[in-house]
Ligand binder design. Structure first.
Ligand code: URA
Length: 238
């Protein structure tokens, strides 16, 4: 059981004080009865709560997928930069969501955002081998030897030997290359550091899939949408 003012406030219907006002004015109904006391306790999973006659969509967790644009950081707060959380609706911000893993400020593509800590842990644990696929543009010729090196596990600048990664060359010439890279870890700047260790630079990086989910082509950069029940189940099954 939870206090009605807390429930409504957590769902983004105003501050505790504002919600108290709604209750006082008789705008909130619990199972058909007007509730005016903000300390009323209720089981939000079972009760039918209405605000101004409209049923509240109660949920504990939210699951969003964003097409992250360049120029924003994958954090909840930042002193200097706009964050991915700044880009989402206030209604969602009320759930205190955070990004699952990180993409660099200049990286674009699929980013999951949730307040489900358990799912977050599961998806970022290297032992769960969740595939992350990136499309990357590289400043130099990527050759078959590089593919082999990635397969064996590249040693990056701090001496860490990466888990085997799949590198596929889409096109390559002296001016640069386009590749797809699949990794299962998420070390800081991992893809960029993997290429640096073979003397090449990533000039553009886009994450095209995360585990079972692909980047939604209908989302413009900076947009997000809620995951479907089916998509959430797929993630919980990894
Ligand atoms: N690897 C990187 O180098 N940057 C990212 O944003 C993601 C993976």
């Amino acid at each position: 059981m939870e206090r009605i003012d807390k429930i409504l406030s957590n769902l983004g219907h105003g501050t505790r004080k504002e919600v108290k006002g709604l209750l006082k004015k008789g705008q909130v109904e619990i199972d058909g009865v007007i509730a005016s006391d903000s300390a009323t306790k209720v089981d939000p999973e079972k009760a039918v709560i209405k605000l101004n006659g409209e049923k509240i969509n109660y949920r504990k967790f939210i699951y969003l997928v964003m097409n992250k644009p360049a120029g924003v950081v994958s954090a909840t707060v930042d002193r200097n930069d706009e964050t991915v959380i700044d880009l989402i609706d206030h209604d969602y911000q009320a759930f205190n969501p955070f990004p699952i893993g990180r993409l660099d400020k200049d990286t674009v593509g699929i980013l999951l955002i949730t307040n489900d800590g358990e799912l977050n842990h599961k998806l970022i644990a290297p032992k769960n081998h969740v595939n992350k696929v990136y499309y990357a543009e590289i400043n130099k010729f990527v050759d078959a030897g590089n593919v082999d090196t990635f397969k064996k596990g590249v040693v990056i600048d701090d001496g860490y030997k990466c888990m085997p990664a799949k590198l596929e060359v889409i096109k390559a010439d002296e001016n640069g290359s386009e590749v797809m890279v699949t990794i299962q870890e998420g070390k800081f700047h991992q893809v960029k550091r993997m290429f640096e260790s073979i003397g090449k630079n990533v000039v553009f990086l886009q994450r095209v899939s995360f585990g079972p989910l692909k980047l939604d082509e209908n989302l413009l950069e900076g947009q997000c949408r809620e995951l479907s029940k089916q998509e959430i189940d797929l993630l919980k099954d990894v």
